[in-house]
Write a protein that binds this ligand. Structure first.
Ligand code: ADP
Ligand code: ZN
Length: 518
């Protein structure tokens, strides 16, 4: 039996991908064309779609069962067949994922002879079909690769070596570097998985808690550097300690840094890896919810200054991320709650199935929810690695969150707790009344406060929004608005009065006062 099946919409590059593997792979459409002696579009034209689907189903099942090939590339519509979906259960399914725009472009480029593809004639119909198939591909996929990387299939298959069958691989594609992201319950805690392609000695950087709990689940490193837990370790002084330890242990550019822990460890270790000898590879092994859904991906590394958080850093993509939701079982409840805010933020940005799941009460620690959050983040980062455009959408809730953190000296709230409040304020700015109410319910259900402590100075929070790091040249303070799930947008300007209302109403006392006035 072939071990791997390639699925994806027309134009995703399944045929191209299969060709990178030579004899190991077979393309269903090519086999059908060879057998029938005519092109797919001619079968469509002569016999109609139903007749084609019948042949397609039969050939697909036959090739999936064939031991001669490692990889079978399916036709775009084959997954509509129940029997094909059934047969796919025994295979590792690789989805070459496209946006409708990319797919349309690609279909038009590789078929100069339009209408070559029978289902790619009308753009509106094409987009509808894309939208209808997307959830089907999503639900079947064990491995998700952006279509732009169809030629990287050999590297993707190599990255799968030794990966337990239930785990997922998401391929992160960036202008600077690609890397595999592994998501699976038990990957670290039980399977002790390590990507075979990442050879080299390893230096472990961790904090006392994550190290005590999970360091022994990784193969012994030749050196281990442990920092004190907490944000106060994310400083240049701690970076110097880590650099010095790396040098003392003789770390070279052939070696790997392994960051085991939450966002603090990931940011600090990533920064040290970015700068030590001008850059060594590092692997993120995130153990907090916040790190598993957000900070471990995208290559933002850095430390804080006394003046401001994350003010010194570098972009440096990890060589891999290993994400095991089971490691969250030991996380303190408040840390878990703080991560939930980022999960809900991601659900609002991504919309679609992820939002549906969260809205229906899915646990933020569910591996499927985490994998969907990761995919949403990777997709946005891929389009804008250096944070000059689309990536700023990930800052939903964060302009107000950062202002709350600044105004309270970073002492009163965890980042995620501030994000929860920031989301509520920014949903108000978005005019999304009902959505704001629903999000407040969800945040509260996950143990987060939905009002600002009475002692916090609202005026100071409002003033602090003007200090946002994303604000350029005294220009407008950037906000992300989200009038409905899946439709985040950068706001041009927000009226000061609206901002005052949105932040002011977070404080229960004020809200009560306002209500009694009205
Ligand atoms: P964040 O990821 O939110 O930036 P930190 O890196 O500061 O958070 O981690 C929050 C706290 O949780 C720290 O005290 C850290 O040592 C601890 N921690 C991290 N991962 C785990 C875990 N899986 N189980 C228990 N404690 C953990
Ligand atoms: Zn955040």
């Amino acid at each position: 039996m072939a071990s791997t099946a390639l699925i994806g919409f027309m134009g995703a590059g399944k045929t191209t991908a299969a060709r990178t593997l030579g004899e190991r792979a077979v393309d269903v459409d090519e086999v059908i064309e060879a057998r029938l002696g005519r092109r797919v579009q001619d079968v469509f034209a002569a016999q109609g779609e139903a007749a084609f689907r019948e042949v397609e189903e039969q050939v697909t099942l036959e090739l999936l069962a064939d031991v001669e090939f490692d990889v079978v590339a399916l036709g775009g519509g084959a997954v509509a067949s129940q029997r094909v979906r059934q047969a796919l259960r025994g295979h590792r399914v690789v989805w070459l994922a496209t946006s409708p725009e990319d797919a349309w472009e690609r279909v038009r480029i590789d078929d100069g002879s339009l209408p070559g593809r029978p289902l790619a004639v009308d753009r509106g119909r094409f987009d509808e079909l894309h939208e209808a198939r997307q959830p089907l591909y999503e639900s079947l996929a064990d491995v998700i690769v952006p279509a732009s990387r169809s030629r990287q299939l050999p590297a993707v298959l190599a990255a799968l070596e030794g990966l337990p069958a239930e785990a997922k691989l998401l391929w992160a594609a960036n202008a600077s570097a690609d890397y595999p992201v592994y998501v699976g319950a038990g990957l670290l805690t039980r399977a002790r998985f390590w990507p075979a392609a990442l050879a080299g000695r390893r230096v472990l950087v961790t904090d006392a808690n994550a190290g005590r709990l999970y360091a022994d689940r990784l193969e012994p490193a030749f050196a281990r550097i442990a920092i004190a837990p907490g944000e106060q370790s994310k400083t240049v002084a701690h970076a110097e300690i880590v650099w010095t330890e790396m040098a003392r242990h003789g770390l070279t550019r052939a070696d790997l840094v392994v960051a085991l822990g939450g966002g603090v460890v990931g940011d600090l270790a990533g920064f040290c890896a970015a700068t030590y000898q001008r850059g060594v590879r590092y692997v993120q092994v995130p153990t907090t919810l916040l790190a598993q859904v957000d900070s471990a991906y995208g290559g933002k590394t850095g430390v804080d200054l006394p003046e401001a958080k994350n003010y010194v850093g570098a972009f440096h993509q990890p060589a891999a991320v290993i994400c095991d939701p089971d490691a969250l079982a030991t996380l303190p409840a408040e840390e878990l709650a703080a991560g939930c805010a980022e999960v809900i933020k991601t659900g609002l940005i991504a919309g679609g199935r992820l939002w549906e799941l969260l809205d229906a009460g899915a646990a933020p620690t569910d591996p499927d929810v985490i994998a969907r959050c990761v995919l949403a983040k990777l997709t946005i980062v891929a389009a804008d690695e250096r944070d000059t455009g689309r990536r700023q959408l990930l800052n939903l809730g964060h302009t107000v969150a950062h202002a709350i953190e600044t105004a309270t000296g970073y002492a009163r709230y965890r980042h995620g707790e501030a994000v929860a409040l920031g989301l509520l304020a920014e949903l108000r700015l978005s005019g999304a009344e009902r959505l704001r109410t629903r999000v407040a319910e969800l945040l509260a259900a996950h143990g987060l406060a939905v009002t600002l402590d009475d002692e916090v100075d609202v005026e100071a929070v409002i003033a602090a929004t003007a200090l946002d790091k994303k604000r350029l040249d005294q220009g407008p303070v950037p906000f992300v608005l989200c009038p409905e799930p899946g439709r985040p947008q950068l706001a041009r300007t927000v009226a000061p009065a609206e901002l005052r209302t949105a932040i002011g109403e977070l404080q229960r006392a004020r809200a009560v006062r306002a209500a009694s006035r009205g």
